[in-house]
Write a protein that binds this ligand. Structure first.
Ligand code: ACM
Length: 532
């Protein structure tokens, strides 16, 4: 049953929710009682309440808003929480700190919509800051509830990434995969190889229109992060229970790295530019020991900056023509007892994956069935739904990323106002909400190997925050709901989204407004890292 009161229209819908009589009034006198282990959630709550209250709520042993970690609440798992709101007080409890962070987002959604806009105090206005009486017990169905943002094709400053993290966290999404490198740009700083960002972080111009077009915009595009910025983003995300999973793609999608360090390629004497086109680039990494050593050093820096248990190593769209024409690659294939140079793709990924496993991390790769990957690799299956199950059957853990359901760069609909996007399928809201991770009935054991799913926002055609948000919302709302509570149906989601849209409006998310032509970003960064 969907809740009748609009303020209880939560997204994702909690597993169990019942309305209780009365309301709790949050005001400047409300004190928080914080038990040991609940401090991170209390900090997050204070951060979010401060603008609307006009001050940070104080802490007191007899506070009426209680945040409690209670390890005996084992049924709540890592991320579950319970929330009771009545006229006399609020009790938010969880077995783990991460669960309390999810509960804080529920509290934010229960507040009046205007409390979400951070620029004015509303607590003393006529509406006050009331929380409706409610009893919630909530546990997510899936552990990996992700969104990937491609900052390689079009760079976004960390100030914007913080906002994106906030929007993910509001919907209880818990992974931000940052696609940091590609043919058209390298954004990850690596101290040992400064040219990766100095040269690889800038392209002369960008193709206008889809792959194969002959038009270019004539404008350079550049940007790269500093280590400090990325470390700060990781901490910001962690405070919201969001893991930043870095992606460094190999052995294809590396033209920017080849432009910076030609010796990584299959024809080391050849000078290549950072790619200005879209599509699948024919240039890939060479397979010499020095190339593997180079990427081991890169990944060491990546694991230094990103504490994420998972590191994505790309692996998609790697043409093997260069290897087939390279005597060194043919010789390498023979030395490694491979059937031919085509098998160097899996071999290369295996070497890189092995390095990460030794460093205590789990490699993730875009892959079909996982046939060429070690079982340590998590498979992110993107081409066909059946690939996810084939990989799980082999023994891989899987993150479902089927392009027909989760690619947010595909158009939202057929309408004439839709911005030009990736040619291909329309991924409507209902399609995303149709995401189905149920295991084949004859193989229920496979369910345990599906970690969850992720939305993908490739940005060949997406240059502004407004466009990112138009493509992300409300489709990520649907994804979040299916991953958190797949039992909630489409009609109920539609009905709740009506109320939830007011929250997105309050946050300035242009979820219903197709973006116009590119405008300067709303979140300017210091010039050194600005997008050109
Ligand atoms: C992909 O879309 N190339 C993973």
């Amino acid at each position: 049953m969907e809740p009748a009161r609009p303020e209880l229209a939560l997204v994702p819908r909690p597993r169990r929710l019942s309305a209780r009589p009365g309301r709790f009034r949050l005001d400047t006198g409300t004190r928080l009682r914080v038990t040991p282990g609940a401090e991170p959630a209390a900090d997050l709550l204070r951060h979010h309440l401060e603008p609307a209250l006009g001050r940070r709520p104080e802490q007191s042993p007899d506070g009426t808003f209680v945040l409690a970690v209670d390890a005996s609440l084992t049924g709540l798992g890592e991320e579950g929480y319970g929330l009771t709101v009545g006229p006399e007080g609020v009790l938010l409890r969880a077995a783990r700190s991460a669960g309390l962070l999810r509960g804080v987002q529920t509290v934010r959604q229960l507040l009046p919509y205007e409390a979400l806009s951070a620029d004015r105090a509303v607590a003393d206005g006529p509406a006050g800051l009331d929380l409706p009486g409610v009893e919630i017990t909530d546990v997510p169905r899936h552990a990996w509830r992700g969104a990937m943002l491609d900052v390689a094709r079009h760079f976004q400053p960390v100030s914007y990434l913080r906002r994106y993290v906030d929007l993910l966290a509001l919907h209880k999404l818990n992974v931000l995969q940052l696609h940091l490198t590609d043919d058209q740009g390298w954004r990850m700083p690596v101290a040992a190889y400064p040219r990766l960002t100095e040269v690889g972080g800038r392209r002369a111009e960008s193709m206008i229109g889809p792959a194969g077009s002959s038009r270019f915009d004539g404008r350079p595009h550049s940007g790269a992060y500093t280590r400090g910025e990325l470390a700060e983003l990781v901490a910001y995300a962690a405070a919201r229970g969001v893991t930043v999973v870095p992606e460094i793609g190999v052995p294809g999608h590396v033209r920017a790295a080849l432009a910076a360090y030609p010796e990584l390629g299959n024809r080391p004497g050849r000078r290549l530019d950072v790619w200005t086109r879209w599509g699948v680039c024919p240039n890939v990494l060479g397979v010499g020991d020095h190339v593997l050593d180079f990427f081991r050093t890169v990944l060491d820096e990546v694991t230094d900056v990103f504490p994420s248990p998972y590191v994505h190593i790309g692996g998609d769209e790697c043409p093997t023509t260069e290897w087939e024409h390279s005597p060194a690659a043919v010789a390498r294939a023979a030395r490694e007892h491979l059937s031919g140079p085509r098998e160097l793709h899996g071999w290369f990924l295996g070497r890189v994956a092995d390095h990460l496993v030794r460093a205590g991390r789990r490699p993730v790769a875009w892959a079909e069935t996982g046939t060429t990957l070690p079982l340590d690799c998590v498979v992110m299956s993107w081409r066909e739904p059946e690939h996810a199950w084939a990989a799980a059957r082999r023994g891989h853990e899987v993150v479902y990323a089927d392009h027909r359901t989760t690619y947010l760069d595909y158009a939202r609909g057929e309408g004439p106002l839709e911005p030009p996007g990736q040619p291909g399928h329309v991924v409507g809201l209902r399609t995303v909400h149709g995401l189905d991770l149920a295991a084949p009935p004859s193989e229920p054991e496979l369910a345990a190997r599906v970690l969850g799913a992720q939305g993908q926002l490739w940005t060949e055609f997406v240059t502004t925050p407004e466009h990112i948000e138009y493509l992300s919302f409300p489709r990520l709302c649907a994804l979040a709901e299916r991953l958190w509570n797949p039992a909630a149906g489409w009609p109920g989601f539609r009905a709740r989204l009506g109320g939830h849209a007011a929250r997105l409006d309050a946050l300035g998310v242009p979820h219903a407004t197709p973006p116009g032509p590119p405008r300067p970003t709303k979140h300017p960064e210091p010039p050194a890292h600005a997008s050109a």
